[in-house]
Write a protein that binds this ligand. Structure first.
Ligand SMILES: [Zn+2]
Length: 479
């Protein structure tokens, strides 16, 4: 008998290339790595610590491929506002007023949302550098959460799209990226450069930001098409084609590019993305909340484009919940499919033979191994396989009424919005326990809520943005 540090027992969903699920399985962990996975009956390990057993479920840690954590301070305030109202009205002013300490307080609640429901890796795009160390506050919160993170520091400077004060020259942007890389990179955190979207940065500078990522063997993370591309791409860049065609025309569209949203493409762009080997950060829950009925992930998935699931900033990603995103992926795709079906044939009727697209299993793949591939981390995370890092979630199903009875466990898990935090017995990153019995092991969530509440109040006063609170509310709010 060999000894390992930790042995997890239960139903093991591996997400390995064969997509094995061991109904009664085990995962052995030593020194932060998975050392063995298999059927309980074949287990030849003893352990210092043994967890799980009957009624437990073992999953790879979930991967969120898109966020802007500093927007924790304006969580949900998008509701009742137009895009331009929120972007220039409170979004830039309030996140821009976040220094290092405030950014920490803004980022912690959404981080806890994620980690307490089994997300072990997040990508983040930070672009409000009025305070140069704002991004450091987010990175400190990520460090304290224990999560894995791919942070992109976005340089923005186009005078049409970016408010004054937020514009940075390229040298400053790259110097700061180098600083953050030197100060913050660890086994769990990596840093890269980028910009928000094509129309947020001078074209030659955008190319140089990309060049930095290529030289440093990093990802280039960009919103495409970004909302303002629709407004400015033709007008300011003289480009009538699509955003991806533009990226391709300047030599940026390639395997190190990950594009967030990637909806409303020009004809042929999905094939172009596939041919160039770029990855897509699907953001289905947000698209759905914003009413985008033509959301289409199949244009990528059916042709083998690497896709992960992302949440976007808490200003529009209510609850910061990747389980909701999994459900949103299925419902948004199915609504989109029906929209396209009815657009093609108004008389279309159900015959009863239709098969709805996708499944809970597919959604769970996107939120684990898909996300790991999209972030170019699948050599280390995304599945439970010997040799990979032990980023693992253990769920105790025994008190989960919404996951009983178990015949349709994965559909219930995904379409039922996941496990309750209470049932998340363990979340481990690289073998380190960061959540035990639904609670973070070192971060006090009540203190985090208190700090985040106080921060929002201070920012609303300071930025004079109270008018956006409960904007267009139907209710009468009495003091
Ligand atoms: Zn975004």
């Amino acid at each position: 008998m060999q000894t390992c540090d930790t042995l997890l027992r239960g139903m093991v969903i591996c997400m390995d290339p064969q997509r094995r699920v061991f109904l009664d399985g085990y995962v052995g962990i030593s020194a932060g790595r998975i050392v063995a996975v298999g059927k309980a009956a074949d287990c030849e390990l003893t352990a210092q610590e043994e967890l799980g057993g009957d009624g437990h479920l073992v999953l790879p840690g979930l991967v969120n491929v898109h966020s802007h954590l500093v927007q924790g301070c304006i969580r949900g305030m998008a509701e009742g506002t137009t895009y331009e109202e929120r972007l220039f009205g409170f979004y830039y002013p309030m996140t821009g007023a976040c220094d290092e300490e405030r950014s920490y307080a803004a980022a912690m609640p959404p981080l806890l949302d994620m980690v307490r429901r089994g997300v072990t890796t997040t990508a983040d795009d930070h672009f409000t550098h009025l305070h140069k160390r704002s991004i450091d506050g987010v990175l400190a919160a990520v460090r304290d959460s224990g999560m894995r993170c791919r942070m992109a520091r976005l340089t923005i400077n186009d005078p049409n799209a970016v408010p004054e004060g937020f514009r940075e020259d390229l040298d400053t942007g790259l110097q700061e990226t180098e600083r953050i890389k030197a100060e913050w990179e660890t086994e769990l955190t990596s840093v890269t450069a980028s910009t928000i979207g094509i129309t947020y940065c001078e074209p030659d500078q955008l190319k140089q930001l990309w060049q930095w990522t290529d030289d440093n063997d990093r990802q280039f993370d960009i919103h495409a098409p970004a909302v303002l591309d629709q407004k400015y791409l033709a007008e300011r860049r003289g480009w009538e084609g699509g955003s991806f065609e533009w990226l391709d025309s300047v030599g940026i569209l390639g395997p190190n590019l990950i594009a967030a949203h990637a909806q409303n493409l020009s004809p042929g762009e999905a094939e172009l993305i596939r041919d160039r080997g770029a990855a897509i950060a699907l953001v289905p829950d947000m698209e759905q909340v914003l009413g985008l009925v033509d959301f289409d992930a199949r244009q990528y998935l059916d042709t083998g484009v690497t896709c992960g699931l992302g949440l976007d900033g808490p200003v529009v990603a209510y609850g910061h919940d990747l389980w909701t995103a999994m459900r949103g992926f299925l419902t948004a795709q199915r609504l989109g499919d029906q929209h396209r079906r009815l657009s093609a044939d108004k008389q279309a009727r159900w015959t009863g033979d239709e098969m709805l697209y996708g499944s809970g299993e597919l959604a769970l793949e996107l939120a684990t191994i898909g996300g790991a591939k999209a972030l170019m981390m699948d050599d280390r995370i995304g599945s439970l396989e010997a040799g990979k890092d032990a980023d693992v979630v253990l769920i105790d199903r025994r008190g989960e009424t919404h996951l009983s009875p178990p015949a349709a466990l994965i559909p219930n898990l995904v379409l039922g919005n996941g496990p309750s935090s209470d049932s998340v017995s363990r979340v481990m990153v690289r073998g380190q326990t960061i959540v035990a019995d639904g609670e973070h092991v070192s971060v006090d969530r009540r203190a985090a809520v208190k700090q985040s509440d106080a921060l929002q109040q201070a920012l609303l006063d300071e930025c004079d943005t109270h008018r956006f609170v409960r904007m267009r509310s139907r209710f009468k709010w009495i003091n």
